[in-house]
Ligand binder design. Structure first.
Ligand code: NAP
Length: 302
């Protein structure tokens, strides 16, 4: 019997783990694949206070070291669902059932697919959702980046250091990304920005990406651009299917400002919940609040 089960080992989950250990709660953090979350594949983080510039992987190693240093138990298991039994919750996992009083869901989100012809078949054959993982394969080659948020614009700047040329395709005239990131892509000599354009199809030769078909949304004209890599960064989908609590239209878990979900004793923190800002610093803040509230709930239901 645990006091607290934290699901997900990104910035929100690890921070919740740090606070839970300090509160002396009997806690386990369950992670499906790799501790660190989405941010661990980010080339550089420049907005986490105290670290003017650090790689996502290095920052998450520090989070993990901190949590493990306090004695946090981390187990690898895929959570299938959560059943509520009175004041207890039974977390059903690929490795068996675990009983707990409180749960913090900190499962984050995954990249959204665009759904254009060629995308699915060519994933791993030139189509990618991770510049840090796959960027080095395209050294000296031409690539395309799709999207206009922080991820697309930041990753386009990163790829421009490796690729010969980067085409940045965005469906609107205005980017959603932070101004600082935009300035970097606008200043890069080898980034061509295609505003008001949409990627329509990805074409291959011998099973590898060779061309991208884009449409000018103002004129409806299409053209083919020779690229060997297509990086798609068009937003994220939350990993929340396994938990039966109230969610918004996008599947993000609804919480109040105390990270409480619609089910007593189940909290949500970080990118998997409805929140205006998806950053390491806000995810960490959510994790701290969730653990603090879980501690009070556990105390009350002892
Ligand atoms: P995002 O902010 O939701 O941006 C998604 C982008 O994809 C938008 O530009 C959107 O266009 C475009 N898009 C969505 N659906 C599309 C479609 N079907 N076809 C073409 N384009 C489409 O997603 P994100 O960039 O992954 O960022 C997610 C969150 O993480 C954000 O809160 C972001 O601030 C945060 N983040 C922060 C940093 C940082 O360094 N501070 C880095 C990465 C991510 P429209 O603009 O037209 O809607």
């Amino acid at each position: 019997m645990y006091d607290l089960i934290i699901i997900g080992g990104g910035p929100a989950g690890l921070t919740a783990g740090i606070y839970a250990q300090r509160a002396r709660l009997k806690t386990v953090l369950l992670e499906k694949q790799m501790v660190g979350g989405q941010i661990a594949v980010s080339d550089v983080i420049e907005n986490f206070p105290g670290f003017p510039s650090i790689s996502g992987a290095a920052l998450m190693e520090k989070f993990e070291e901190h949590a493990r240093g306090l004695g946090l138990e981390i187990r690898f298991a895929d959570v299938l669902n959560i059943e509520v039994e009175g004041d207890d919750k039974v977390v059903k996992t690929s490795e068996g059932d675990l009983r707990t009083r409180a749960v913090i869901v900190a499962t984050g989100a995954k990249p959204r697919r665009l759904g254009v012809p060629g995308e699915k078949e060519l994933t791993g054959k030139g189509v990618s959702y991770c510049a840090t993982c796959d960027g080095p394969f395209f050294r000296g080659r031409d690539v395309m980046v799709v999207g206009g948020g922080d991820t697309a614009v930041k990753e386009a700047a990163y790829l421009s250091k490796l690729a010969a040329r980067v085409y940045l395709v965005h469906r609107r005239d205005k980017f959603r990304a932070e101004k600082m990131h935009q300035e970097k892509v606008e200043a890069a000599a080898n980034i061509e920005i295609l505003r008001s354009h949409a990627l329509k199809e990805i074409k291959a030769e011998n099973g590898l990406v060779q061309k991208a078909v884009v449409m000018d949304l103002k004129t409806n004209e299409t053209k083919e651009i020779a690229v060997e890599g297509v990086f798609i960064f068009v937003g994220i989908n939350p990993t929340t299917d396994f938990v039966d609590v109230e969610k918004d239209g996008g599947g993000f878990i609804k919480t109040n400002q105390l990270m409480e979900t619609s089910v007593a004793g189940i909290y949500a923190a970080g990118d998997c919940r409805t929140t205006p800002l998806l950053q390491v610093v806000t995810a960490a803040g959510d994790g701290a609040t969730a653990a603090f509230m879980a501690e009070a709930y556990i105390e009350e239901h002892k």
